[in-house]
Design a protein around this ligand. Sequence first.
Ligand code: IPE
Ligand code: IPE
Ligand code: MG
Length: 247
Amino acid sequence: MSLKDELIQDRLPSHVAIIMDGNGRWAKKRGNARVFGHKHGVTAVREATETAAELGIKYLTLYAFSTENWNRPKTEVDALMSLLVSTISAETSTLMKNNVKLNTIGCKEELPKSVQAKLNTCIEKTSENTGLTLTLALSYSSRWEIIEAVKRVAADVKADKLNVEDINADVISDKMATAGIPDPELMIRTSGEHRISNFLLWQLAYSELYFCDILWPDFRRDDFYRALLDFQGRERRFGKTGDQIKK
Ligand code: IPE
Ligand code: IPE
Ligand code: MG
């Protein structure tokens, strides 16, 4: 039986978030520059997207470039931005073929105009697709997102559109960049690092976390299935006792 056949279709998560990590180490192991790893990471992005779309998962969110990543050497940042431009153009047909809608979260204004333009074209072109929503977190950090959300809440209070007493979790969620998207049930991080690195801190409150040692450019369909199978073996208790959940 293949790993895919072991999956229980009606217990798949509706939203999977992935911290795609390990491109640099993958390249270094092969005696190449870090950028080589980023280029090979694109194959893994395509495969993860196709896998999620095929399984009928509704939302896939990929951490592609963090606010903190701006602090990398300029040559690497520039190479990543050019890679984004070429990848978005080249992959639009794959997104169309798989009925995938592109979305982004993050401070778009910080991205080069060329990246913004390609993103906007692809978002527009895929906007009517009804399958998977693929969200790329670009120039994203969770604290940036939370600060922006707090500013929006404060502005609504100031404009008398919102009472302080009415601020609740739904109000905050609606001000996040991920408004309208359910919280991820599963978060995967590759490359053996066990941290969140400023990713979806609000949304991951009750997500199942899955860490694997595979470096991102090596992440394939079977690795995704393994993560999903691990997820399906977990008991999600949300504060209740195991006995309450089994009832
Ligand atoms: C993840 O791989 C890609 C980005 C953060 C853009 P890294 O570039 O972080 O690779 P490592 O962690 O140095 O191996
Ligand atoms: C997190 O990876 C950001 C992305 C995958 C885009 P990093 O490799 O930048 O994270 P840290 O700095 O090692 O935690
Ligand atoms: Mg890394």
